[in-house]
Design a protein around this ligand. Structure first.
Ligand code: GLA
Length: 388
C-alpha cells in the first residue's frame, strides 16, 4: 500500500491526519550468522518497507492498526504486556516496552502500519516493523537518537521481548541503509562503509515461499547456542577470545578434536564467512563481479553444509540461478531454513533470469516463487505527505 493510501486509512480509522515514516527490509549479500559473533556483514536496505503513520491522543492508550492483518490492538501504555503472545502485535509492543525500559515516556497515540516486506522470508520484515514503530514513537516522544541507537533498541526488543536472539544486522540496515549502496558493517564496533552497487548489476531476490520464523527462537537460537559452546571450548586455550570474530580458521582447526562435529561445523561456517565478507568487499571495490559471485557460492555451500541452515527449495533456487547466463552468484540470504535467495545478475540478462528461474522452480516443486528486483535504498525516516 502506498504512503498516501496508508495515510488515508489512518485518517478514516482514527479521524486525524498523522505523520508518516518508513523503514525498509533488507537483503544480505554476504555475511550470514556472523553478526551474532561480532563479525562482518554486507547487507543492503530494500525498497520493500513498512510505513507507519502516527497521530497523538489525549489519553495513555496506544491503538495500533495493521493494514496487512486488518486488525487493531489497543495497549495501555501504563501497563504494557511484558510477554509475547505469538501475534503480529508482539513486534510493535516489544518496541514500546523497550522504550519504556529506557525511560522514554510515551503519551497515547494512534498508529497505522502497512508493509510490503514478505513475512518470514529472510528479508527482515520484523526489523522493518520494529524500526518503523521506533522512529514514529521516538518522534512522538520528542526524543532524537542516533540511528545506530535506534537499531540497538529494536535488537533489544527482539531479543528480550519477542525471544529471538537475533543480531544487530537487520535493524541496523533498516536504520542506516544508503541509496544504491551495500553496507559493509563491523558488528563489533558498528563502524560501516557504504559500498556503491553499480547499476549494471541487479540484486534479484527469489522467494522460495518456504516460511521461516525466528520468533520464539527455534533453530536460529539453537545454532547460536552451538556457536557459543564452541567459543567456550576455544576460550580454554585462548582466554582473550570474546567471540568467533577473534578466531582464525587455523586456531579453530587446532581445537577440532575437542569439539563435537556439529559444533565444529557451525564455528567453521562463521569463521570462514567473516573472511569471505572481507574478500567480497575487495571484489566489489574493484568491480570484480565474477569473483564476488564465486565467494557468494562458497558462502551458500558453507551455509548449507556447515551451518545447516539451508533447505531443499533454496538449494534448488541457487542451482537454477547458477545455470543462467549473466548470473554472477547466488546464495540463500537471511536467517535461513527457507526464505529467499539473493542473486547478483547482469542487468541485461535479468528478464530472462527471472523467467527461467521461476519456470524451473515451478516445474520442480509446483511452487510459484515470488521474484523481486530491488534497488538498494535509504534507511528509515520520515516520509513527506504525498511522497511515494
Ligand atoms: C536473521 C537475524 C540477523 C542475522 C541473520 C543471519 O536475519 O535477525 O541478526 O543473524 O539472521 O545472518
Amino acid at each position: 500500500m502506498s504512503p498516501q493510501s496508508t495515510l488515508e486509512v489512518h485518517r478514516n480509522r482514527f479521524g486525524a491526519d498523522g505523520v508518516s515514516y518508513q523503514a525498509p527490509g533488507r537483503v544480505n549479500l554476504i555475511g550470514e550468522h556472523t553478526d551474532t559473533s561480532e563479525g562482518f556483514v554486507m547487507p543492503a536496505a530494500l525498497d520493500l518497507r513498512t510505513i507507519s503513520v502516527l497521530s497523538p491522543r489525549s489519553d495513555s492508550t496506544a491503538n495500533v492498526y495493521s493494514v496487512n492483518f486488518a486488525e487493531q490492538v489497543s495497549l495501555d501504555l501504563q501497563h504494557l504486556p511484558c510477554r509475547p503472545r505469538g501475534h503480529w502485535s508482539d513486534y510493535p509492543t516489544s518496541v514500546l516496552w523497550t522504550l519504556e525500559q529506557r525511560g522514554i515516556h510515551l503519551d497515547g497515540f494512534d498508529l497505522t502500519l502497512s508493509g510490503n516486506v514478505p513475512l518470514g522470508s529472510g528479508l527482515s520484515s520484523s526489523a522493518s516493523v520494529e524500526v518503523a514503530v521506533a522512529v514514529a514513537a521516538l518522534a512522538h516522544a520528542g526524543t532524537a537518537l542516533p540511528k545506530p541507537e535506534i537499531a540497538k533498541i529494536c535488537q533489544f526488543s527482539e531479543n528480550h521481548f519477542v525471544g529471538a536472539q537475533s543480531g544487530i544486522m537487520d535493524p541496523f540496515t533498516s536504520c542506516c541503509g544508503v541509496d544504491h549502496h551495500a553496507l559493509l558493517i563491523d558488528c563489533r564496533s558498528l563502524d560501516y562503509e557504504a559500498l556503491p552497487l553499480p547499476s549494471e548489476v541487479l540484486l534479484v531476490i527469489c522467494n522460495s515461499m518456504v516460511k521461516h520464523s525466528l520468533a520464539g527462537g527455534g533453530e536460529y537460537n539453537a545454532r547460536r547456542a552451538e556457536v557459543q559452546a564452541g567459543v567456550r571450548i576455544l576460550q580454554q586455550h585462548c582466554p582473550d577470545i570474546r567471540a568467533l570474530r577473534d578466531v582464525t580458521e587455523a586456531q579453530l582447526r587446532r581445537c577440532q578434536g575437542e569439539m563435537p562435529e556439529n559444533i565444529f561445523r557451525r564455528c567453521l561456517h562463521v569463521v570462514t564467512e567473516n573472511a569471505r565478507v572481507l574478500q567480497a568487499a575487495e571484489a566489489l571495490r574493484s568491480g570484480d563481479f565474477q569473483q564476488f559471485g564465486r565467494i557468494m557460492h562458497e558462502a551458500h555451500v558453507s551455509m548449507r553444509d556447515n551451518y545447516a541452515a539451508s533447505c531443499v527449495e533454496t538449494d534448488l533456487l541457487v542451482e537454477l540461478a547458477a545455470r543462467q547466463p549473466g548470473c554472477f552468484g547466488a546464495r540463500i540470504t537471511g536467517g535461513g531454513f527457507g526464505g529467499c535467495t539473493v542473486n547478483l545478475v547482469a542487468a541485461e540478462h535479468s528478464d530472462k533470469f527471472v523467467h527461467n528461474v521461476r519456470a524451473g522452480y515451478e516445474e520442480a516443486t509446483g511452487i510459484q516463487a515470488e521474484i523481486y528486483r530491488s534497488r538498494a535504498s535509504a534507511g528509515a525516516g520520515p516520509l513527506l505527505v504525498g511522497q511515494t
